[in-house]
Write a protein that binds this ligand. Structure first.
Ligand code: ADP
Ligand code: MG
Length: 699
């Protein structure tokens, strides 16, 4: 139960004076809670900047173009002449050093007369300008009297707004909300708090919304850092609780005798790399432990994750249980089956595939064989989640290209067996800082070396204007028997327009090269896609025009040329993924990045990095630097997904401390019963990580 002390944070905004249903709806939109924003959402809506109104010059000294607050006497009002309402309403004012005109468009005369009474002194704040040699302020931001001046925020925060909701409404609501923050016990370690000069939680909020100095608003100053650390700590405490819960769940030690793995390894035309061995050893050791495994296998494209997955599955199957391998697309699932089936057969492992395409009797039969244990390894897509998919004894679930699946889907798979071990694989090398914050509860294995015999890819950038030459070069490559991918641009983020671009290019290239050209895009039916991929893999076509569908995982080692049209429109991670489709076999590979001029700075930097390196980890880091962390995982947020205050660039340095802090405090106080533990429960509620509290002591 949430401590009643926290109720004010969760109160509806309509409890604030002046916030009715209409404003409530606007706040809901602004704060991303259409179902009704709460005080908490408003308080965590931090300013994006500030206006500094501290300059208080005499009129003679006003610098045009700057924000000033001037003390003036109101001299006279000059409404627009009758019938000329489009002209401005002007109020003339002065001090002992000069004159100023306050200009209002579409003004209400009676309102201005009370706001600026002739003969009185008023404090006027706004951006001053020179117009026809006269100093003026158009639509002053603030007009106050002596009394108002005392409460005028001289450093005024600026908030992100939404249409229909003005700065004043947000400021007023915050004024009231700040008054209602209850006093809370400190949940931070006192020594750490002192060392970091953190204000209290409440003071941090007050400082950010009412900054005494402009610098106080900066993300790297104590107030923001304090709140960011609170958020990081909340997420790490939650992760540790989840992990402890998982550990308490009965797992099963699974120890295979190695016989299937031996046969698979013997059937491989190559030997495993050191890092493949290392990853496999870690997985096998995890499987043997009585706790549940949750391991992330990171490896650049082409680093050979599939065979590691197969060997992991074999280890589970040796122990008499079942395994499943899930891929994000149908093409990939089939490709996995294609790679795995011959090796599995040599080892005596029964493999089957389940996607949206298996239907009717065939599907029923497959599900029956799965339920009675005749199938050892089931490869598939999202179709694996369906309720009717029941295993006899699922021991290991492997999820390929993890970032395309959500955590709840991962959990859905885990529910398909009594104590499922989980291996997730990703080809997007995620910087460690991010792994920690998103998957803090995972162990990590990395495949850092490339398999032996890989050729570096020769990457060049070519302006689109030279398309004709490129087509010539592609023709020569085809004549030499090389296989070429031609990747079409993302026109808009819709499949339809991608498809149109790809089809148009396909038609042109086909007119030129005839039946040697194939086409694959996301809108094709499954069987057509397979056929196009198979034709290309078998060499019946030599040139495959494709959309981004080939981005992930497709493996045709004979392909040695890739043309990417409008490379400037792709993200760095995407380009890297795409290029990873070539350079897989022994032949020398070339990647041509076609771009349209003029190139923006970021696009230029991206293409330069692509020319410079093939190291996926370095590319991921550059990507992070160029675009911000949100995009690395394919989300387009400026902050960390799931985080409201913390930002990797400004606060990532505190992540490790938060993790250690969480681990230590929970080892001392696993049920959060000490005074600090009680305070931490409040923290978890405030950052909405409280679901983890329910795991304390459960199961
Ligand atoms: P990814 O990590 O991108 O999924 P894959 O598993 O598809 O990589 O492997 C890419 C290619 O490398 C495949 O053709 C695979 O057979 C080959 N391969 C995997 N491991 C090795 C190795 N140790 N030595 C040589 N080739 C390998
Ligand atoms: Mg793969």
């Amino acid at each position: 139960m949430r401590p009643p002390l926290l109720d004010p944070f969760f109160a509806a905004l309509t409890t604030l004076p002046g916030v009715g249903p209409k404003l409530d709806r606007l706040f809901g939109r602004l704060l991303g809670r259409p179902e009704g924003a709460r005080m908490l959402d408003l308080l965590f809506h931090l300013p994006s900047g500030h206006v500094d109104r501290r300059a208080r010059p005499k009129l003679r000294d006003v610098v045009p173009g700057t924000v000033v607050t001037v003390a003036v006497t109101i001299d006279r009002h000059r409404p627009p002449p009758p019938g000329r309402a489009r002209l401005p309403y002007q109020v003339h004012a002065s001090d002992e050093t000069g004159d100023i005109v306050l200009t209002f468009f579409n003004a209400r005369a009676d309102y201005l007369k009370t706001l600026l009474p002739v003969g009185e002194t008023r404090y006027v704040s706004g951006t001053a300008n020179l117009y026809d040699g006269t100093l003026q302020i158009v639509h002053p931001d603030r007009v106050v009297d002596e009394q108002g001046l005392a409460t005028l925020p001289l450093i005024e925060p600026v908030y992100p707004l939404t249409e229909g909701l003005g700065a004043n409404a947000v400021r007023k609501a915050l004024d009231a909300a700040l008054m209602r923050i209850p006093a809370l016990d400190e949940w931070q370690d006192e020594a750490w708090r002192a060392r970091s000069s953190f204000p209290s939680f409440a003071d941090s909020l007050r400082t950010l919304h009412r900054p005494p100095q402009p610098d106080d608003l900066r993300a790297d100053r104590p107030a923001w850092r304090r709140l960011a650390y609170d958020e990081l700590l909340a997420s790490q405490v939650a992760l540790v609780l989840v992990r402890a819960h998982r550990r308490r769940q009965p797992g099963r030690g699974r120890t295979g005798d190695g016989r299937l793995r031996e046969r698979i390894v013997a059937a491989l035309p190559y030997s495993l790399t050191r890092s493949q061995h290392g990853a496999l050893d870690a997985i096998v050791a995890d499987l043997a432990k009585p706790e549940r495994m949750l391991r992330l296998l990171q490896g650049d494209v082409g680093s050979g994750k599939t065979v590691v997955a197969l060997l992991a599955a074999a280890a589970a199957i040796e122990a008499g249980q079942q395994a499943t391998l899930m891929a994000p697309t149908e093409i990939l699932a089939r490709q996995h089956l294609h790679t795995i089936a011959p090796l599995a057969e040599r080892a005596g492992i029964t493999v089957a595939i389940l996607t949206g395409r298996e239907r009717g009797r065939e599907r029923d039969e497959l599900l029956r064989r799965l339920a009675d244990g005749a199938i050892d390894l089931l490869v598939g897509t999202h179709a694996l989640f369906q309720d009717e998919v029941a295993f006899k004894d699922l021991a290991l679930a492997i999820v390929d290209e993890q970032h395309r699946f959500g955590v709840h889907q991962r959990l859905a798979l885990a529910q398909k067996g009594p104590a499922v071990d989980m291996l997730v694989m990703t080809a997007t090398p995620i910087p460690r800082t991010l792994v920690l914050s998103f998957f803090g509860d995972m162990d990590i294995s990395e495949l850092r070396e490339k398999p032996a015999g890989r050729q570096p890819v020769d990457t060049r950038t070519v302006p689109l204007a030279r398309l004709d030459e490129i087509v010539e070069a592609v023709g020569r490559a085809l004549d030499e028997g090389r296989r070429v991918y031609w990747v079409c641009p993302l026109v808009e983020e819709t499949e339809t327009s991608d498809m149109a671009a790809a089809e148009a290019r396909f038609a042109e290239l086909k007119a030129r090269f005839g039946t040697r050209v194939g086409l694959v895009h996301g809108r094709m039916r499954g069987a057509e896609k397979d056929a196009a991929m198979e034709d290309f893999a078998a060499g019946r076509t030599g040139l495959l025009v494709a959309t981004i569908v080939i981005e992930v995982g497709v493996d045709v080692p004979e392909a040695t040329v890739m043309v990417i049209e409008h490379a400037e429109r792709f993200g760095l991670a995407q380009l890297h993924q795409l290029r990873g489709r070539i350079g897989r076999g022994s032949g020398r590979s070339t990647c041509l990045l076609l771009y349209r001029r003029p190139l923006g700075e970021t696009a230029k930097a991206r293409l330069a990095i692509m020319r410079e390196t093939e190291d996926g980890f370095r590319i991921a880091e550059e990507d992070l630097r160029l675009r911000g962390e949100g995009d690395v995982l394919g989300t387009r947020q400026s902050g960390l997904p799931g985080f409201r205050i913390a930002r990797i660039a400004d606060h990532g340095d505190m992540l490790a401390a938060a993790r250690d802090d969480a681990t230590l405090l929970l080892s001392r106080d696993p049920a959060l019963t000490s005074p600090r533990g009680q305070a931490l429960r409040c923290l978890l509620y405030l950052f909405e990580r409280d679901a983890a509290i329910r795991l304390i002591g459960a199961g």
